[in-house]
Design a binder for this molecule. Sequence first.
Ligand code: CMX
Length: 434
Amino acid sequence: MLLKEKLSALIPQEREALKEIKALADKKVDEVKCGQVIGGMRGCKVLVCDTSYLDPYEGIRFRGYTIPEVQKLLPKPGENDEPYPLGLWWLLLTGEIPTKEEVLSLEEEFKKYAYLPQYVIDVLRAMPADSHPMAMFSTAIVAMERESQFRKRYDEGMTKAEMWEPMLEDSIRLLARLPLIAAYIYRRKYKEDVHIPADPNEDWGGNFAHMMGVENPEYKNLMRLYLILHSDHESGNVSAHTGHLVASALSDVYYAISAAMDGLAGPLHGLANQECLKWILNLMDHFGGRTPTKEEIEKYAWDTLNSGRVIPGYGHAVLRKTDPRYTAQREFALKYLPDDPIFKTVSNIYEVVPEVLKQHGKAKNPWPNVDAHSGVLQYYYGVREFDFYTVLFGVSRALGITAQIIWDRALGYPIERPKSVTRQMFKELAENAE
Ligand code: CMX
């Protein structure tokens, strides 16, 4: 496999590079304030992640490349298409923009495992029909743990240096199936349990759109873009950090990604995309289904805040500017659905809500994040079941987390185990500090 060859060549040199950092073990690299610990470790530099970096003012860079650069440089199925999401996975893993041949080799490798075993279908069907799609998604993933090559090799006594190899194999097998699992959940829950087989001629991203049942080339492109945009956001966000933490105990990819999905399912994280479209449609409903005026949006936003709720899709723990993932989706909308009334509402919200949040004075970042825009695009192409939206996010996020934890094993990072103290001890520490 071309990707494995590439990684085999890269890993020894990256292990050497890590030794230089290990030699600096006693150097102080950060100062942690009491408020940071009590405030959810915000801003503490305690993780190392090479796949992407999130600048508060510029937004995400995948291995140094901005979103527009990735859109331009990664190979595409057709001239006017969005890039292959698996090209992004290659980039996250290797740091290099792949050739089209390299991406197609990965597509072929994925196709070997792109089938849904009957036992996974049975597990999904055994769950009550009102189970949340994210609970179903996470369950299906952990159910496949029995197939883990990592666990098998661990039981056979593999060395630490070998661990990245089965991690890579498990990741390919899992990622290959995620769109099938997601589409199965979607069609079982919302499309009368009628399923659409994979199309062997489609790429991983296009196939997902096909199996969802939206046969529109624009939607296939949207899906590719979506899968790229949501993939990786450093390693401190809840889903990526969970994946890293679980994998640090040498739990395999199935456990790590299932757990990561459980974190993604929270309304302050990935579930915000479902909450956001709900908020927008409720807003429009409130005004008789029409596009509300900016004054009306302002009042509605204040009502939300005054009732003690957050405005979903706005704010971020790290970002301090409009999320470039929002901008990329806005550009897609301007190209394909400029006159859509919900998109117009989304645009008007963008003009109003940041000012409202600034006046409200609480949110450190009044600007929109990725979730403020994703729902309207899905809705436009007919995927209108909001509680499914986080599953779409999950399929994409698994690209980033698997890339991160393959490298965790390649570099032999240890089990994560920070220290906790009692609240009383912590108070005394803070009182006695400078
Ligand atoms: N609406 C109302 N209040 C908000 C807000 C928003 N959109 N964003 C932040 N605040 C509030 C916080 O709730 C917090 O209030 P308290 O002091 O009463 O606890 C205060 O402003 C300070 O928060 P912060 O430091 O600016 O933000 P955090 O780093 O704590 O939290 C986030 C970040 C994203 C959870 C928060 O902005 C939020 O809840 N946003 C809405 C939900 C959302 O869009 N989440 C998706 C994020 C992207 C993703 O992970 O998918």
